[in-house]
Design a protein around this ligand. Structure first.
Ligand code: ADP
Ligand code: MG
Length: 653
């Protein structure tokens, strides 16, 4: 007896539904795409109970005549392509003709639709893939489709649905994506009767982003406009490096206005931030990749969230370079990374790095990233540190002043405010007025200056920075034409060393120092797994490592400037933080991470007195780096108090 039989349509559809309908958001995705393909100007989405009980989508698109409305639920029924040749250049979001069939096989669906010249609307009712009813109804031009009780007939799938909140989150995220991709369409999204999104017709992406995210989000975005029309144009916005997120949730990526989950694009985006954002920290992005239709295959996955590029490396390059150009235009990195070896060879004069190309062209669009200290939720620990640094400057000024005030009778008053000054401080006579201030009188608060301290961007760095002294043996106080500068000595040196290590590595001129007695240490099993992949990369930087028996490792040599005692810490830290998965995908990125870690461990620490010559040296080197104003971990290096603001604060102007 034969054993193979062809499955009934509704069973086949249910199987196919497994791939298309994963959760309410995937149903909404298909329906919204259909509405967009139908040329709608308005799409209203309404859900109840996270979309499980009800998911209703109304549009004002072209609608369907009765025959089409029935046919639409057949598998492989589509109006969007007619033959295999069309697959190579798909201009619509849908094309597989299986979404409605799949959805109807696992839910109770009611579709009401009318075309422009149809006399009546048609209402089709279908449940678990079985047509229940087709009749006339009232409906304006367009289509309303209500999907109820998803997976009512597939208990196994129902169990996999997550909480109402999770499903609602996915739905909101989905509508946000489509609303961003289509400013020309008005969207509303209502959950359990409460309006979550209302976006009226917008003239462009910027206006739409404003409607969805508000002003603050926009303020922090840098415009991206790069790539090339043959391979990929890259348009949109990315966040400034100080705006850090620990997930990719704020990355909205599109290919030909199709919302995609593409790891390659995400990675290329991160690569654009290479050396200014650490691992595990992600920028926010609204990025639209526009490619010629023939350059991209969208028929990769039934849910159409994955695409395949014909020339994916070229697309990745376009994304990375466009992002870098945007960062360069805003002064976060320099356009060209021509940091060559002579830069840190003492005898050679400074090799200036060209800030050319896009950087200068778009300089007009450049907005100084004002160091917004008045928004507590946005402030990262690093920024907090800088704030504290400044606050401590203020408090030590206060302290010093206090000293002056409380000891007016003393002839010799410290005027260096506890700073190490290259010039010998000249004792100054106490101004008479000071002596008249009662000892107990408290100082008025000085911290209003906090608001006018800015992070310096590399566009604004002047070559004439003059160190004056050190604050708390941690920050160099300096001046330039613009005013007073505070330079974090540790991160400044970190940047110098990072560039140096990267340059030496790319020229294969790394120097190592042999240890007299090799240091040994034991790895945990997890570290051991990473070690074998990491070791060859570390050797590129001058480490000599040897795997002894079991999980014991010996360090025989270290990179030239790394203090021997730091090598072990650094290795342990890298073994913990390097993600073995990422390592395979982007070796360059991993090398950056090693260089950043080396730089951090070898750099001058805080709480370390620096001689004036050393400060001078550090500033000179810093100015020659690829990005003098941000450390390899994305922290600011220089803060500025502008002369103008100083004068203003003293009411001199
Ligand atoms: P696909 O979108 O891949 O063509 P679907 O199963 O999603 O397949 O839809 C089948 C067909 O139903 C579409 O090709 C389209 O002609 C029609 N259709 C679906 N939704 C709408 C809508 N909202 N407005 C007009 N026509 C629609
Ligand atoms: Mg479709």
């Amino acid at each position: 007896m034969s054993k193979i039989r062809v499955l009934a349509d509704h069973v086949a559809n249910q199987i196919a539904a497994g791939e298309v309908v994963e959760r309410p958001a995937s149903v909404a995705k298909e329906l919204v795409e259909n509405s967009i393909d139908a040329g709608s100007k308005r799409i209203d989405i309404e859900i109840e109970a996270g979309g499980r009980r009800l998911l209703k989508i109304s549009d004002d698109g072209e609608g369907m005549v009765r025959d089409d409305a029935v046919l639409a639920f057949e598998r492989h029924a589509t109006s969007k392509i007619s033959g295999a040749e069309d697959l190579s250049a798909i201009a619509t979001l849908g094309f597989r003709g299986e979404a409605l069939a799949s959805i109807a096989s696992v839910a109770k669906v009611e579709l009401t639709t009318k075309t422009e010249d149809g006399t009546a609307a048609t209402k089709v009712t279908i449940e678990g893939g079985r047509m229940r009813d087709v009749k006339d109804a009232a409906h304006p031009r367009g289509t309303t489709i209500a999907v109820r009780d998803i997976f009512f007939n597939v208990p196994a799938r129902r169990k996999f649905l997550r909480s109402e909140a999770t499903e609602t989150f996915h739905l909101t995220n989905l509508v946000t994506h489509y609303a961003l991709a289509h400013p020309e369409i008005a969207f509303t999204f209502t959950s359990n009767g409460r309006e979550v999104i209302r976006a009226s017709l917008a003239k462009d992406l910027r206006e739409r982003a404003y409607q969805l995210f508000g002003e603050e989000f926009l303020e922090n975005l840098l415009e991206v406009n790069g790539g090339n029309p043959q391979v990929a144009r890259v348009i949109g916005y990315v966040s400034a490096p100080r705006d850090r997120r620990t997930s990719r949730d704020s990355q909205y990526l599109f290919v030909n206005r199709r919302f995609v989950r593409d790891r390659m694009i995400g990675r290329a985006l991160s690569e654009g931030y290479r050396s200014i954002l650490p691992y595990g920290v992600y920028p926010a992005a609204l990025l639209f990749i526009e490619t010629p239709l023939a350059e991209v295959d969208v028929n990769v996955h039934p849910a159409k969230t994955e695409v395949r590029f014909r020339r994916s490396a070229a697309v990745a390059d376009a994304v990375r370079e466009a992002v870098k150009a945007a960062l360069a235009a805003a002064g976060y990195v320099r356009e060209e990374r021509e940091v060559v070896a002579p830069v840190y060879e003492e005898q050679k004069p400074t090799a200036t790095v060209a800030v050319g190309g896009l950087g200068t062209q778009t300089a007009a669009a450049f907005t100084a990233p004002v160091f917004e200290v008045e928004r507590p939720p946005r402030i990262s620990p690093e920024v907090q540190q800088s704030r504290m640094a400044f606050a401590s400057l203020m408090s030590s000024v206060e302290e010093a002043l206090e000293e002056e005030l409380t000891e007016p009778q003393q002839p010799e008053v410290r005027t260096d405010f506890g700073l190490t000054t290259p010039e010998v401080a000249q004792p100054t006579a106490v101004p008479a007025v000071v002596a008249t201030v009662p000892r107990s009188s408290p100082l008025p608060p000085l911290n209003s200056a906090e608001k006018i301290v800015r992070q310096v961007t590399s566009e604004e760095v002047s070559p004439n920075i003059r160190p004056l002294g050190q604050l708390e043996e941690s920050f160099i106080i300096a001046t330039d034409e613009e005013g007073l500068l505070l330079i974090d000595q540790h991160v400044a040196h970190e940047r110098v060393l990072f560039d140096k290590y990267r340059a030496l590595e790319s020229e294969r001129r790394v120097e190592s120092q042999q240890l007299l007695v090799p240091e040994t240490f034991d790895l945990t099993p997890a570290q051991a797994a990473v070690f074998d992949q990491l070791a060859p990369e570390l050797e590129v930087y001058g480490f000599e490592l040897m795997r002894l028996s079991g999980r014991t490792v010996a360090i025989k040599a270290t990179p030239a400037d790394l203090p021997a005692g730091e090598a072990r810490n650094m290795l342990a830290e890298l073994l913990e933080t390097v993600d073995p998965e990422k390592k395979n995908s982007a070796r360059e990125t991993m090398r950056d991470e090693i260089a950043a870690s080396l730089a951090c461990h070898a750099a001058i620490k805080v709480n370390m007195p620096l001689a004036p010559e050393k400060m001078r040296w550090l500033i000179d080197r810093l100015l020659q780096t690829s990005s003098p104003t941000t450390c390899p971990h994305g922290r600011p290096v220089i803060l500025r108090l502008k002369m103008r603001d100083i004068l203003k604060s003293f009411h001199r102007i």
